[in-house]
Design a protein around this ligand. Structure first.
Ligand code: PLP
Length: 455
Protein backbone atom coordinates (compact mmCIF):
# COMPACT_ATOMS: atom_id res chain seq x y z
CA UNK A 1 0.00 0.00 0.00
CA UNK A 2 1.20 3.50 -0.62
CA UNK A 3 0.97 6.37 1.86
CA UNK A 4 -2.07 8.60 1.69
CA UNK A 5 -1.33 11.56 -0.59
CA UNK A 6 -1.02 14.85 1.31
CA UNK A 7 -3.59 17.53 0.47
CA UNK A 8 -1.39 19.47 -1.96
CA UNK A 9 -4.11 21.99 -2.77
CA UNK A 10 -3.29 23.49 0.63
CA UNK A 11 0.32 24.20 -0.35
CA UNK A 12 -0.70 25.98 -3.55
CA UNK A 13 -1.33 29.75 -3.57
CA UNK A 14 -4.99 30.76 -3.73
CA UNK A 15 -6.26 33.03 -6.54
CA UNK A 16 -6.35 35.91 -4.02
CA UNK A 17 -2.70 35.33 -3.13
CA UNK A 18 -1.63 35.24 -6.78
CA UNK A 19 -3.49 38.48 -7.50
CA UNK A 20 -2.04 40.20 -4.41
CA UNK A 21 1.49 39.11 -5.36
CA UNK A 22 1.05 40.41 -8.89
CA UNK A 23 -0.28 43.76 -7.65
CA UNK A 24 2.79 44.04 -5.41
CA UNK A 25 5.04 43.11 -8.33
CA UNK A 26 3.63 45.82 -10.61
CA UNK A 27 3.71 48.37 -7.76
CA UNK A 28 7.38 47.55 -7.08
CA UNK A 29 8.28 47.61 -10.78
CA UNK A 30 6.82 51.12 -11.00
CA UNK A 31 8.49 52.35 -7.78
CA UNK A 32 11.88 50.90 -8.58
CA UNK A 33 11.84 52.33 -12.10
CA UNK A 34 12.67 49.00 -13.72
CA UNK A 35 10.85 50.42 -16.73
CA UNK A 36 12.22 53.37 -18.70
CA UNK A 37 12.63 54.45 -22.33
CA UNK A 38 15.50 52.01 -22.89
CA UNK A 39 13.73 49.19 -21.05
CA UNK A 40 10.00 49.60 -21.69
CA UNK A 41 9.15 46.07 -20.54
CA UNK A 42 10.44 43.42 -18.17
CA UNK A 43 9.68 39.96 -16.92
CA UNK A 44 9.22 39.01 -13.26
CA UNK A 45 9.42 35.56 -11.67
CA UNK A 46 7.73 35.26 -8.28
CA UNK A 47 9.95 32.78 -6.46
CA UNK A 48 7.39 32.19 -3.70
CA UNK A 49 4.92 30.89 -6.28
CA UNK A 50 7.65 28.92 -8.02
CA UNK A 51 8.68 27.24 -4.75
CA UNK A 52 5.05 26.40 -3.98
CA UNK A 53 4.57 24.83 -7.41
CA UNK A 54 7.73 22.74 -6.93
CA UNK A 55 6.55 21.61 -3.49
CA UNK A 56 3.09 20.73 -4.78
CA UNK A 57 4.67 18.38 -7.34
CA UNK A 58 7.02 16.73 -4.84
CA UNK A 59 4.20 16.31 -2.32
CA UNK A 60 1.79 14.86 -4.88
CA UNK A 61 3.83 11.65 -4.73
CA UNK A 62 4.50 9.60 -1.61
CA UNK A 63 7.90 10.32 -0.09
CA UNK A 64 8.68 6.59 -0.21
CA UNK A 65 8.43 6.56 -4.00
CA UNK A 66 11.73 6.83 -5.91
CA UNK A 67 10.93 9.79 -8.15
CA UNK A 68 13.15 12.15 -10.14
CA UNK A 69 11.14 15.27 -10.93
CA UNK A 70 12.86 17.26 -13.67
CA UNK A 71 12.12 20.75 -14.93
CA UNK A 72 11.89 20.90 -18.74
CA UNK A 73 14.65 23.44 -19.46
CA UNK A 74 12.99 24.82 -22.58
CA UNK A 75 10.19 26.27 -20.47
CA UNK A 76 12.52 28.50 -18.47
CA UNK A 77 16.10 28.89 -19.73
CA UNK A 78 17.02 31.28 -16.90
CA UNK A 79 20.17 30.10 -15.18
CA UNK A 80 19.57 31.24 -11.57
CA UNK A 81 15.98 29.99 -11.74
CA UNK A 82 17.22 26.59 -12.92
CA UNK A 83 19.71 26.66 -10.02
CA UNK A 84 16.77 27.11 -7.67
CA UNK A 85 15.25 23.91 -9.09
CA UNK A 86 18.60 22.11 -8.69
CA UNK A 87 18.86 23.26 -5.06
CA UNK A 88 15.35 21.97 -4.39
CA UNK A 89 16.49 18.51 -5.53
CA UNK A 90 14.90 18.67 -8.97
CA UNK A 91 16.52 17.27 -12.09
CA UNK A 92 16.53 18.90 -15.54
CA UNK A 93 15.17 17.66 -18.87
CA UNK A 94 17.19 19.02 -21.79
CA UNK A 95 16.87 18.74 -25.55
CA UNK A 96 19.91 20.42 -27.08
CA UNK A 97 23.63 20.91 -26.40
CA UNK A 98 22.85 24.45 -25.21
CA UNK A 99 20.25 23.28 -22.70
CA UNK A 100 22.59 20.50 -21.56
CA UNK A 101 25.45 22.92 -20.84
CA UNK A 102 23.01 25.31 -19.18
CA UNK A 103 21.76 22.52 -16.89
CA UNK A 104 25.34 21.65 -15.90
CA UNK A 105 26.17 25.33 -15.34
CA UNK A 106 23.03 25.72 -13.21
CA UNK A 107 24.31 22.98 -10.91
CA UNK A 108 22.30 19.89 -11.79
CA UNK A 109 24.36 16.75 -11.17
CA UNK A 110 24.75 14.65 -14.35
CA UNK A 111 22.65 11.82 -12.92
CA UNK A 112 19.73 14.25 -12.50
CA UNK A 113 19.77 15.31 -16.16
CA UNK A 114 17.62 13.64 -18.84
CA UNK A 115 18.51 14.35 -22.48
CA UNK A 116 15.57 14.01 -24.88
CA UNK A 117 16.45 15.57 -28.24
CA UNK A 118 15.02 13.71 -31.26
CA UNK A 119 18.12 14.68 -33.29
CA UNK A 120 21.08 13.72 -31.09
CA UNK A 121 24.37 13.74 -32.96
CA UNK A 122 26.98 11.00 -32.43
CA UNK A 123 29.04 13.53 -30.45
CA UNK A 124 26.10 14.33 -28.15
CA UNK A 125 25.41 10.62 -27.50
CA UNK A 126 29.05 9.98 -26.57
CA UNK A 127 29.10 13.06 -24.36
CA UNK A 128 25.96 11.90 -22.53
CA UNK A 129 27.53 8.48 -21.96
CA UNK A 130 30.81 9.99 -20.80
CA UNK A 131 29.01 12.29 -18.31
CA UNK A 132 26.55 9.64 -17.09
CA UNK A 133 23.53 11.61 -18.31
CA UNK A 134 20.31 9.71 -18.87
CA UNK A 135 18.82 9.87 -22.36
CA UNK A 136 15.89 8.46 -24.30
CA UNK A 137 16.42 7.00 -27.77
CA UNK A 138 13.98 8.45 -30.29
CA UNK A 139 14.18 6.03 -33.24
CA UNK A 140 15.79 2.82 -34.52
CA UNK A 141 18.59 4.62 -36.39
CA UNK A 142 19.54 6.33 -33.15
CA UNK A 143 19.43 2.92 -31.43
CA UNK A 144 22.01 1.59 -33.92
CA UNK A 145 24.20 4.61 -33.22
CA UNK A 146 23.88 4.11 -29.45
CA UNK A 147 24.83 0.42 -29.91
CA UNK A 148 28.14 1.56 -31.41
CA UNK A 149 28.71 4.25 -28.78
CA UNK A 150 27.98 1.86 -25.90
CA UNK A 151 30.41 -0.70 -27.37
CA UNK A 152 33.10 1.97 -27.78
CA UNK A 153 32.70 3.53 -24.35
CA UNK A 154 32.49 0.24 -22.45
CA UNK A 155 31.23 0.94 -18.92
CA UNK A 156 28.88 3.87 -18.50
CA UNK A 157 26.52 5.16 -15.80
CA UNK A 158 23.79 6.58 -18.03
CA UNK A 159 20.24 5.31 -17.63
CA UNK A 160 19.29 4.68 -21.27
CA UNK A 161 15.67 4.57 -22.29
CA UNK A 162 13.52 4.48 -25.36
CA UNK A 163 10.89 7.07 -26.22
CA UNK A 164 7.61 5.60 -27.35
CA UNK A 165 4.78 7.32 -29.15
CA UNK A 166 1.68 5.65 -27.72
CA UNK A 167 -0.27 6.71 -30.84
CA UNK A 168 -3.33 7.56 -28.78
CA UNK A 169 -4.44 10.51 -30.93
CA UNK A 170 -4.48 14.30 -30.94
CA UNK A 171 -5.67 16.81 -28.35
CA UNK A 172 -7.28 20.19 -28.93
CA UNK A 173 -4.06 21.84 -30.17
CA UNK A 174 -2.77 19.87 -33.16
CA UNK A 175 0.71 21.41 -33.29
CA UNK A 176 1.18 20.55 -29.59
CA UNK A 177 0.02 16.93 -29.73
CA UNK A 178 2.85 14.42 -29.39
CA UNK A 179 0.84 11.20 -29.53
CA UNK A 180 -0.85 11.27 -32.94
CA UNK A 181 -0.20 8.21 -35.09
CA UNK A 182 2.23 10.23 -37.22
CA UNK A 183 3.88 12.47 -34.56
CA UNK A 184 7.58 13.03 -35.19
CA UNK A 185 8.54 11.97 -31.64
CA UNK A 186 9.58 8.53 -30.50
CA UNK A 187 8.97 5.06 -31.87
CA UNK A 188 5.37 4.25 -32.76
CA UNK A 189 4.19 1.71 -30.20
CA UNK A 190 1.36 0.34 -32.32
CA UNK A 191 3.64 0.14 -35.37
CA UNK A 192 6.71 -1.44 -33.76
CA UNK A 193 5.74 -3.15 -30.49
CA UNK A 194 7.43 -6.51 -31.24
CA UNK A 195 10.61 -4.90 -32.56
CA UNK A 196 10.86 -2.78 -29.41
CA UNK A 197 10.47 -5.82 -27.14
CA UNK A 198 13.14 -7.65 -29.16
CA UNK A 199 15.44 -4.60 -28.94
CA UNK A 200 15.19 -4.64 -25.14
CA UNK A 201 15.66 -8.43 -24.98
CA UNK A 202 19.07 -8.16 -26.67
CA UNK A 203 20.27 -5.01 -24.84
CA UNK A 204 20.43 -5.31 -21.05
CA UNK A 205 21.48 -1.61 -20.86
CA UNK A 206 18.06 -0.47 -22.07
CA UNK A 207 16.30 0.06 -18.72
CA UNK A 208 13.88 2.96 -19.15
CA UNK A 209 10.71 3.68 -21.10
CA UNK A 210 9.70 7.24 -21.90
CA UNK A 211 6.45 8.75 -23.07
CA UNK A 212 5.51 12.44 -23.26
CA UNK A 213 1.81 12.14 -23.99
CA UNK A 214 0.33 15.12 -22.13
CA UNK A 215 0.03 18.64 -23.50
CA UNK A 216 -2.00 21.82 -23.30
CA UNK A 217 -5.46 21.00 -24.63
CA UNK A 218 -5.39 17.32 -23.62
CA UNK A 219 -7.35 15.61 -20.82
CA UNK A 220 -5.49 13.97 -17.93
CA UNK A 221 -7.10 10.64 -18.87
CA UNK A 222 -5.87 10.89 -22.45
CA UNK A 223 -2.31 11.56 -21.24
CA UNK A 224 -2.48 8.77 -18.65
CA UNK A 225 -3.56 6.36 -21.38
CA UNK A 226 -0.10 6.80 -22.92
CA UNK A 227 1.54 5.94 -19.59
CA UNK A 228 -0.83 2.94 -19.27
CA UNK A 229 0.33 1.63 -22.65
CA UNK A 230 4.07 1.92 -21.99
CA UNK A 231 3.69 0.36 -18.55
CA UNK A 232 2.00 -2.61 -20.26
CA UNK A 233 4.96 -2.68 -22.63
CA UNK A 234 7.35 -2.78 -19.66
CA UNK A 235 5.46 -5.81 -18.32
CA UNK A 236 5.74 -7.53 -21.72
CA UNK A 237 9.49 -6.86 -21.73
CA UNK A 238 9.72 -8.44 -18.26
CA UNK A 239 7.78 -11.46 -19.52
CA UNK A 240 10.12 -11.80 -22.51
CA UNK A 241 13.42 -11.38 -20.68
CA UNK A 242 12.39 -13.16 -17.48
CA UNK A 243 13.58 -10.30 -15.25
CA UNK A 244 12.62 -6.74 -14.36
CA UNK A 245 14.64 -5.03 -17.08
CA UNK A 246 12.71 -1.72 -17.23
CA UNK A 247 13.53 0.00 -13.94
CA UNK A 248 12.27 3.50 -14.63
CA UNK A 249 9.19 4.91 -16.32
CA UNK A 250 9.63 8.47 -17.58
CA UNK A 251 6.14 9.95 -17.98
CA UNK A 252 7.25 13.23 -19.59
CA UNK A 253 5.43 16.49 -18.83
CA UNK A 254 2.50 18.25 -20.40
CA UNK A 255 0.17 19.04 -17.50
CA UNK A 256 -2.14 21.75 -18.91
CA UNK A 257 -2.20 25.22 -17.35
CA UNK A 258 -5.32 27.33 -16.76
CA UNK A 259 -4.63 30.65 -18.50
CA UNK A 260 -8.13 32.06 -17.91
CA UNK A 261 -7.96 32.79 -14.16
CA UNK A 262 -5.71 32.58 -11.08
CA UNK A 263 -7.06 29.12 -10.23
CA UNK A 264 -4.31 26.53 -10.38
CA UNK A 265 -6.16 23.64 -12.05
CA UNK A 266 -5.53 20.86 -12.74
CA UNK A 267 -3.04 20.31 -9.90
CA UNK A 268 -0.18 17.84 -9.82
CA UNK A 269 -2.25 15.95 -7.23
CA UNK A 270 -5.17 15.75 -9.70
CA UNK A 271 -2.74 14.37 -12.29
CA UNK A 272 -1.34 11.83 -9.88
CA UNK A 273 -4.84 10.67 -8.85
CA UNK A 274 -5.72 9.92 -12.49
CA UNK A 275 -2.42 8.08 -12.95
CA UNK A 276 -2.99 6.07 -9.80
CA UNK A 277 -6.44 5.03 -10.96
CA UNK A 278 -5.37 4.13 -14.50
CA UNK A 279 -1.81 2.83 -13.88
CA UNK A 280 -1.74 1.49 -10.30
CA UNK A 281 1.44 -0.58 -10.84
CA UNK A 282 3.34 2.68 -11.27
CA UNK A 283 2.87 3.12 -7.52
CA UNK A 284 3.58 -0.41 -6.26
CA UNK A 285 7.36 -0.07 -6.06
CA UNK A 286 8.17 -1.95 -9.30
CA UNK A 287 9.41 1.14 -11.11
CA UNK A 288 11.24 4.35 -10.40
CA UNK A 289 9.48 7.42 -11.81
CA UNK A 290 10.77 10.37 -13.86
CA UNK A 291 8.61 13.42 -14.60
CA UNK A 292 9.46 16.29 -16.98
CA UNK A 293 7.01 19.13 -16.36
CA UNK A 294 7.70 22.58 -17.80
CA UNK A 295 4.69 24.86 -18.18
CA UNK A 296 2.78 23.64 -15.10
CA UNK A 297 5.84 24.25 -12.88
CA UNK A 298 6.47 27.78 -14.13
CA UNK A 299 3.57 29.56 -15.87
CA UNK A 300 1.79 30.86 -12.77
CA UNK A 301 5.05 32.25 -11.35
CA UNK A 302 5.73 34.73 -14.18
CA UNK A 303 4.41 38.14 -15.19
CA UNK A 304 5.34 40.39 -18.10
CA UNK A 305 5.07 44.11 -17.29
CA UNK A 306 5.10 46.58 -20.19
CA UNK A 307 4.55 50.29 -20.62
CA UNK A 308 1.77 51.72 -22.74
CA UNK A 309 3.46 54.14 -25.15
CA UNK A 310 0.37 55.53 -26.88
CA UNK A 311 -3.37 55.08 -27.16
CA UNK A 312 -5.61 55.95 -30.08
CA UNK A 313 -9.04 55.33 -31.55
CA UNK A 314 -9.22 53.76 -35.00
CA UNK A 315 -12.46 52.68 -36.67
CA UNK A 316 -14.20 53.29 -33.37
CA UNK A 317 -11.84 50.86 -31.55
CA UNK A 318 -9.68 51.90 -28.60
CA UNK A 319 -6.13 50.69 -29.27
CA UNK A 320 -3.28 50.72 -26.75
CA UNK A 321 0.24 50.39 -28.16
CA UNK A 322 2.45 48.65 -25.64
CA UNK A 323 6.00 47.27 -25.64
CA UNK A 324 4.98 43.63 -25.13
CA UNK A 325 4.44 41.86 -28.41
CA UNK A 326 5.74 39.09 -30.57
CA UNK A 327 9.32 39.31 -29.22
CA UNK A 328 8.21 38.05 -25.81
CA UNK A 329 4.74 36.56 -26.37
CA UNK A 330 5.62 34.74 -29.56
CA UNK A 331 3.28 31.78 -29.25
CA UNK A 332 0.31 33.94 -28.25
CA UNK A 333 0.84 36.34 -31.16
CA UNK A 334 1.09 33.52 -33.72
CA UNK A 335 -1.62 31.36 -32.14
CA UNK A 336 -3.97 33.74 -30.32
CA UNK A 337 -6.83 31.23 -30.40
CA UNK A 338 -4.83 28.45 -28.73
CA UNK A 339 -2.68 30.58 -26.40
CA UNK A 340 -4.78 33.52 -25.13
CA UNK A 341 -3.32 35.52 -22.23
CA UNK A 342 -5.07 37.68 -19.68
CA UNK A 343 -4.25 41.40 -19.52
CA UNK A 344 -4.39 43.61 -16.44
CA UNK A 345 -4.22 47.39 -16.52
CA UNK A 346 -2.29 49.46 -13.94
CA UNK A 347 -1.63 53.18 -13.84
CA UNK A 348 1.90 54.62 -14.12
CA UNK A 349 2.32 54.31 -10.32
CA UNK A 350 1.45 50.63 -10.50
CA UNK A 351 -2.07 50.86 -9.05
CA UNK A 352 -4.52 48.31 -10.44
CA UNK A 353 -7.15 50.09 -12.53
CA UNK A 354 -10.66 48.99 -11.75
CA UNK A 355 -12.84 51.41 -13.74
CA UNK A 356 -15.66 50.15 -15.87
CA UNK A 357 -14.59 48.03 -18.79
CA UNK A 358 -14.67 48.85 -22.44
CA UNK A 359 -13.72 47.01 -25.59
CA UNK A 360 -10.05 47.55 -26.45
CA UNK A 361 -7.17 46.16 -28.47
CA UNK A 362 -3.77 45.73 -26.82
CA UNK A 363 -1.01 45.90 -29.43
CA UNK A 364 2.68 45.05 -29.36
CA UNK A 365 5.50 47.21 -30.77
CA UNK A 366 6.45 45.11 -33.81
CA UNK A 367 5.90 46.16 -37.40
CA UNK A 368 3.32 43.66 -38.49
CA UNK A 369 -0.44 43.87 -38.17
CA UNK A 370 -0.80 40.62 -36.26
CA UNK A 371 1.35 41.81 -33.36
CA UNK A 372 -1.66 42.00 -31.00
CA UNK A 373 -1.62 40.75 -27.41
CA UNK A 374 -5.41 40.99 -27.22
CA UNK A 375 -8.13 41.98 -29.65
CA UNK A 376 -11.59 43.21 -28.62
CA UNK A 377 -10.97 42.66 -24.92
CA UNK A 378 -13.13 44.21 -22.15
CA UNK A 379 -10.65 46.14 -20.01
CA UNK A 380 -10.53 49.32 -17.91
CA UNK A 381 -9.69 52.19 -20.26
CA UNK A 382 -5.95 52.15 -20.91
CA UNK A 383 -4.08 55.48 -20.76
CA UNK A 384 -0.73 56.63 -22.10
CA UNK A 385 2.00 55.78 -19.57
CA UNK A 386 -0.01 52.97 -17.94
CA UNK A 387 1.49 49.59 -17.25
CA UNK A 388 -0.05 46.39 -18.55
CA UNK A 389 0.65 43.15 -16.73
CA UNK A 390 0.42 39.81 -18.50
CA UNK A 391 -0.08 37.01 -15.95
CA UNK A 392 0.84 33.32 -16.31
CA UNK A 393 3.91 34.00 -18.45
CA UNK A 394 6.55 32.18 -16.36
CA UNK A 395 6.67 29.21 -18.74
CA UNK A 396 8.18 29.61 -22.25
CA UNK A 397 7.63 33.40 -22.47
CA UNK A 398 11.09 34.15 -21.01
CA UNK A 399 12.80 31.38 -23.00
CA UNK A 400 11.29 31.69 -26.46
CA UNK A 401 12.39 35.15 -27.52
CA UNK A 402 11.68 36.07 -31.15
CA UNK A 403 14.18 38.53 -32.61
CA UNK A 404 11.92 39.99 -35.32
CA UNK A 405 12.48 43.76 -35.74
CA UNK A 406 15.67 43.30 -33.67
CA UNK A 407 13.64 43.90 -30.52
CA UNK A 408 15.84 43.11 -27.49
CA UNK A 409 15.24 40.36 -24.95
CA UNK A 410 13.84 42.08 -21.86
CA UNK A 411 15.41 41.87 -18.43
CA UNK A 412 13.93 39.34 -16.04
CA UNK A 413 13.77 40.04 -12.29
CA UNK A 414 12.87 37.79 -9.37
CA UNK A 415 11.04 38.62 -6.17
CA UNK A 416 10.63 36.57 -3.00
CA UNK A 417 9.54 37.07 0.58
CA UNK A 418 12.54 37.34 2.88
CA UNK A 419 12.52 35.94 6.43
CA UNK A 420 11.33 39.23 8.01
CA UNK A 421 8.37 39.40 5.63
CA UNK A 422 9.79 42.04 3.26
CA UNK A 423 10.10 41.58 -0.47
CA UNK A 424 13.58 40.87 -1.84
CA UNK A 425 14.30 41.66 -5.49
CA UNK A 426 17.10 40.28 -7.64
CA UNK A 427 18.26 40.33 -11.23
CA UNK A 428 17.79 37.05 -13.11
CA UNK A 429 18.84 38.06 -16.63
CA UNK A 430 20.03 41.41 -17.93
CA UNK A 431 18.19 42.95 -20.85
CA UNK A 432 19.89 42.37 -24.18
CA UNK A 433 21.65 45.60 -25.14
CA UNK A 434 21.40 47.42 -28.45
CA UNK A 435 25.18 46.90 -28.81
CA UNK A 436 24.67 43.12 -28.51
CA UNK A 437 22.00 43.23 -31.20
CA UNK A 438 24.36 45.06 -33.56
CA UNK A 439 27.19 42.62 -32.83
CA UNK A 440 24.99 39.59 -33.37
CA UNK A 441 23.77 40.98 -36.70
CA UNK A 442 27.00 39.86 -38.37
CA UNK A 443 30.55 40.86 -39.12
CA UNK A 444 31.33 44.57 -39.64
CA UNK A 445 31.95 43.72 -43.28
CA UNK A 446 32.06 40.61 -45.46
CA UNK A 447 34.82 38.24 -44.34
CA UNK A 448 36.50 36.53 -47.30
CA UNK A 449 36.67 32.73 -46.95
CA UNK A 450 39.41 30.54 -48.39
CA UNK A 451 38.09 28.21 -51.10
CA UNK A 452 39.07 24.55 -50.84
CA UNK A 453 41.15 23.67 -53.89
CA UNK A 454 39.69 20.89 -56.11
CA UNK A 455 41.87 17.82 -56.43
C1 PLP B 1 8.46 20.12 -23.88
C2 PLP B 1 8.67 18.82 -23.22
C3 PLP B 1 8.38 18.67 -21.87
C4 PLP B 1 7.70 19.75 -21.05
O1 PLP B 1 6.39 19.96 -21.50
P1 PLP B 1 5.37 20.93 -20.70
O2 PLP B 1 4.15 20.93 -21.55
O3 PLP B 1 6.02 22.28 -20.62
O4 PLP B 1 5.15 20.31 -19.37
C5 PLP B 1 8.69 17.46 -21.27
N1 PLP B 1 9.27 16.44 -21.98
C6 PLP B 1 9.55 16.55 -23.29
C7 PLP B 1 10.18 15.42 -24.00
C8 PLP B 1 9.25 17.73 -23.97
O5 PLP B 1 9.52 17.83 -25.27
Amino acid sequence: MIDAPPRTRDTLPTPDTLLRRREQVVGDVARQAFIDDLHPLCGVVDLDTLDELMRSLSQAYPASMPALHTIAAKAITLRPVLTRFAQAGFGCEVASPGELQLALAAGFPAEHIVFDSPAKTATEIEQALALGISFNIDNFEELARVDQAVARVGGHRSVIGMRLNPQTGAGAIGAMSTATSTSKFGIGLADHRETVIAAFATRPWLTQLHVHSGSQGLSLEHAAEGVRLITDLAADITARTGHQQVRRIDIGGGLPVNFSSDDIVPTFADHRAVLERMVPELFDGTYGLVTEFGRALTAKAGTIVARVEYTKVTGGRQIAITHAGVQVATRTIFGPGEWPLRIEVYDAQGRHRAEQSQLQDIAGPACFTGDMLAVGRELPLVHQGDLVAVPDTGGYYFSTHFSYNALPRPAVYAVETDPDGGRRWSLVRRAQTIEQIVTEAGEPSLVPLPIRPCD
